[in-house]
Structure formats: structure tokens, C-alpha cells
Ligand binder design. Sequence first.
Ligand SMILES: Cc1ncc(COP(=O)(O)O)c(C=O)c1O
Length: 404
Amino acid sequence: MEWEKLFAPAAQVDSGSGIIEILRLSEEPGVISLAGGFPAAEMFSLTEVREIADRILATKGEVALQYGPTPGFTPLREYLSERMKKSFAAQVAPEEIVITSGALQGLDLICRVLLTPGDIVITEAPTYVGALQTFSGFGAQVEEIPTDDEGMQVDLLAERLQELEKRGAQPKFIYVIPSFQNPGGTTLSTVRRRLLVDLAASYGVPIVEDSAYAELRFAGSSKPSLKSLDSGEGVVFLGTFSKILSPGLRLGWVAAPPALAEKIISAKQTNDQCSSSLSQYLALECGRQGIIDRQIENSKEILKKRAAALVAGLAQYFPQGTHWVEPEGGFFTWVTLPPTQGLDTGQLLRRAVVEEKVAYVAGCSFYAHGQGSNQLRLCFSYPPLENILLGTERLGKFFSAFYR
Ligand SMILES: Cc1ncc(COP(=O)(O)O)c(C=O)c1O
């Protein structure tokens, strides 16, 4: 069978430099992985989750093992409506919340409902590789807005929106990760948040706010969610249990205005019909019993120490002139090396893994149009402290060789 001839355009998306390659490389024996954005095993509330799972299976096993309603279980939607108020100062009715199989499915469903091939999606540059692959799969045209240490440069967004309007092009939405961005580690300042929400509203362009890491702040002062700043129906919020409880549950949520939520529910019906009932009961009980909040506090302690180790390693071992984003939360920092002959982090990744036994994610993975050859993302959430130090030492020495 000539399968190559049968593939639909969406299946032609190149994922070689993306998630699959990152995961494969970082699993090689002896490799210190500063690549995949995983929570550390020490963050998980294993004992509590085991007890709760036991209790759920003993008391309501017949529903936990059954299919559930497509929008998600009502008590979990009610719990999330309260949590959105408490953690994000956002007023969202339970009916506006759709439970998804991870935030990534939430984003996929949003695209399914909104995008036609050729539509424009505006993103930060760099941005989350999974989002770029999703947009590409739907045939979207990505318009990138440069970032600095305070996140998306909203003045440049204003210029771009004006240019697009002049060309008669209306973007479908703006995708943004305002807090502890992946990969940038940056957090959008409050001033820029207000400007962004107002600007998007004035052009009639919705914002998709991806809040994957927003609750994991271990330094600095908190910033308002875009959803809380929106006085209309312009912000769609993506949440996930992956970074605050467990990615293995595959559970997230979308908070969307009613008209959009309804379409997302229809799309989910033929996608996976419903998210795992057992995961939903587990997440609900962990939330109600304060396990999620305790896990968040514990995770922040771990992340703070690991981020400090990473930054110390960067300062000690990386070439002079290297720039990195000082992390205040989340899992990542973003490193920019001084450009020099022969330095291409994408091409060097294999050598770093094979020769130096350390993995990172190359900058080019996070751009739609191939920049980032002197950049890389480093993840500090997963490796133990001693491996972070050793990993940055190995990488720092590896890159320093290009500046002699
Ligand atoms: C910014 C961002 N959004 C979404 C996701 C996907 O999360 P989930 O596990 O909920 O699908 C990730 C995962 O790494 C992420 O970094």
C-alpha cells in the first residue's frame, strides 16, 4: 500500500523537530534531560491520589468506569467555576466550562470550530510547539509577534493588526500564554495585559489565553488573568490539571462564551465523546480536599530551588553575553546565546545528546518560520538539583567551544 499518497494535508505536518523527537531523545539512557516539560515525580500527591482512587472505585465505581456526559461532570464544572473565581478572578458559569482531555485537546477543539485553512492565527514568537503543530494541522497561517522579557510586545501587535486590517485580513484569534510562557519563561506585564485585551476587543479579534503554568508562581507579584480583564466575551480560557495535579490524568478545561462552548461540545462529541470519568472524579476530589492546593505549594518550593540551580549554572558555565529569562514561575527558561559562526542549536542537539549526554529543546521548534538558531529552551521542573547543575555545566562547556 502506498500510504504516502493517501495522507490528508493535515497529516503532512512535520513533527520531526517537535514533541515526538524531544521525548525520544530525552529518554536515551544516561541523558540528563533539560528538554521535556514534565512535572517532577516528587511533585505528585501519589499517596493521596491512591487513597482517593480506592474510595471512588469502592463507592461509585460503576460511574467512574462508565462513559460520562460530553461537556464533563456537572460537579467538576461547578468546582472549576469556583476555582476560576478564586485563582483567576474570572466570573465563569459552570455551563461555560467544557472538560477536555488536556488543554491541548481544548486548543484542538477551538481550532476545529473556528479555523478554515488559510485563516490567520496570531501568536507570540516563540510559542508552545504543540500549539504551532495544532495550528499547522488546521492549515492556519501563523503571524508571529516578537516577545521580550515582558512577553508579547503589544505595541508590535498593534502595528500588525493595523497592517492586516489595511490588507483586509481579519485574524481568527490571538493565542497567548501570559504567565510563565512556554518556552519563553516570560510573564506579560499588567500594563501589557490591559493593552492586549483592549486592543483585541477594538479589532474584534478573540484571545485564547493558555494558562497552563499560571498557578505556579514562586517569585514576584501576581498578575491579573486576561479573562478577568475582559468585559465582553472576547477571551477564551484554557486550563489544565497537568501541571497542578497530574498530566497522566489527561484532563483540562476550556472556559468559553456560551455560543462557542456549545460548538466545542458538539466537536468533542465526535472527537472522544467524553474525557475520562475516573480522572474527572479524581480531580474533583483532589480539588475539594485541598490536595491540589497543597500540591501547588509543594511544587512551587521544588521549582524555586531548581530554577535557582539552573540560573546559577547558566551564570557559571554559559558563554559571556548569554541572555536568559529570570524565571518567576513555571517550568522553563529561554536562553539566547550570542550569535556566532557554526552555532545552530537545532543541528547541535543530536551531538549534545550523544556526546555530552544532555538534552534541551532547540529554539527553532518554537517558531513558525524557522528562527531561533542561537536559542534553546531549558526545563528545570523535571531533573533533580544535581542533574540540573551537571546538565548546565555540560551544556555550557559544549556551547562555549564555539566562542574560542
Ligand atoms: C503552554 C502549554 N499549553 C498546553 C499544554 C498541554 O497541556 P495538557 O497536558 O493539558 O494537554 C502544555 C503542555 O506542555 C503547555 O506547555
